[in-house]
Ligand binder design. Sequence first.
Ligand SMILES: [Zn+2]
Length: 71
Amino acid sequence: MTTPLPVGPMGRCPQCSKPSLIAPANPWRPFCSERCKLIDLGDWMNGRFVIPVEPSADSDDYGPEDLPPRQ
Ligand SMILES: [Zn+2]
């Protein structure tokens, strides 16, 4: 039996403190799993950080009225 070598640097999951792979092979880094990442995102949404509301990209801010007159 051989222990599989880690494919990248190991870190610690900020959510559950378990070892997690800090490498592109881990799409949820620095978390150990998708679950931990979602939990952390949930904390964000619960107001740990304020996320500014951006104006709609579909507004008419860039409509023809705002363009300089063609020559
Ligand atoms: Zn975790």
